[in-house]
Design a protein around this ligand. Structure first.
Ligand SMILES: [Mn+2]
Length: 355
């Protein structure tokens, strides 16, 4: 079954119904299209709607789809209405979290006799479990990311700014096979390490700093996500203790990742351990998230999660400890959920490295 066939089966799509797909990640997942436009998926017809700039690209990328291009002055919504008339569609499913209010109003106006139904997360649910081809892309992305980290260790210099190190990481990934970046690189040195999502700035790295690097390559449209904290020069006893706490929390919780694993219970393994070491409240984010076409996907490993893991989901496991005025430590691996355990795709050591 193709992905669109699976979606139509999940929805029980009837002859007079169609799905309109605007969200870029869903559009790419269902059609392979990376340009601007949308997909219209009927029970018997399916089309990618775009404009002149992407027509040829869509023809190359979207096998099994009719390619419809807007005429001059025509909106995508008017073209949608035209196809609905041709296909005798009277009901459209749409992503209520994927289009603007303006687009929705334009679409409703263009398709006066059509009724609209909200799609819940059916497409995202299909995306949760990855096929072999998707896992291969993420594995490649993780390999490139890990190799870049290994090379970065000999590049860190006294006086280098966080931003310079971030740019070095990004350039190196792109020079070694990454198609793009999975997200904006985080480099946080010294006290900045207490900000989980620090933006790399002009702070100059100096001896005694811990440096957190959170970054990832994108390959074939799929993301990698990795974090390591290293010591530049001798770390204090306090930083070493923080590091060991996070390292053990990461290992214990990662060891619990397997099919049928409870997302909340896995989070609790890391959280309880960190709390018990005297850092209660200093690990303020979830333990991990799924990833794929997007860097943050469902399910999540968190204190409020209710899902259980399924084989071939990709998860990050990334506990951290953050102490304002002192700094922070985070260790993050990307793993594939397997029936009895998980396969780790992030290969660099989790031991404390002093560079
Ligand atoms: Mn992450």
């Amino acid at each position: 079954m193709t992905r669109t066939e699976r979606l139509k089966a999940t929805l029980g799509l009837e002859k007079r119904e169609a799905v309109v797909v605007y969200k870029p990640a869903n559009l790419f997942y269902l059609t392979g299209f990376t340009g601007e436009g949308l997909a219209l998926l009927g029970a018997e017809h399916q089309a990618v709607l775009t404009d002149f700039r992407y027509t040829e690209q869509a023809q190359r990328q979207c096998e099994g789809f009719e390619i419809a291009s807007v005429e001059k002055g025509q909106t995508h919504e008017e073209l949608t209405a035209l196809l609905c008339g041709r296909w005798q569609v009277d009901t459209l499913y749409y992503e209520d979290d994927g289009i603007t209010v303006r687009t929705f109003h334009a679409a409703q106006k263009a398709t006066e006799n059509i009724s609209w139904k909200v799609l819940s997360s059916e497409i995202e649910t299909l995306r949760q479990v990855k096929d072999a081809g998707e896992i291969t892309q993420i594995e490649k992305a993780c390999r490139i990311t890990g190799d870049t980290f290994e090379r970065a260790l000999s590049q860190i210099r006294e006086g280098m700014t966080e931003k310079e190190l971030a740019v070095w990481l990004e350039f190196d990934m792109l020079s070694h096979g990454a198609d793009g970046l999975a997200f904006s690189t985080i480099v946080a040195a010294g006290q900045n390490g207490s900000l989980p999502h620090a933006v790399p700035g002009e702070y100059r790295i100096r001896s005694g700093n811990m440096i957190t690097m959170d970054f990832g390559a994108k390959v074939g449209g799929y993301c990698a996500d990795m974090t390591r904290t290293v010591a530049f020069g001798q770390p204090t006893a306090e930083m070493k203790r923080m590091y060991e706490t996070v390292r053990i929390a990461q290992q214990k919780s990662q060891d619990a990742v397997r099919a049928s694993g409870d997302c909340r219970a896995i989070d609790a393994i890391a959280r309880n351990y960190i709390d018990a070491q005297g850092y209660a409240g200093r690990f303020g984010h979830g333990l991990g998230h799924s990833l794929g076409i997007e860097i943050h996907e469902s399910p999540r490993l968190s204190a409020t999660a209710s899902a259980t893991l399924v084989e071939n989901q990709l998860m990050t496991v990334e506990p951290g400890v953050y102490l304002p005025g002192v700094g922070g430590v985070r260790i993050e691996n990307t793993v594939v959920v397997q029936s009895d355990d998980c396969r780790v795709l992030t290969l660099p050591t989790r031991e404390l490295l002093i560079v």
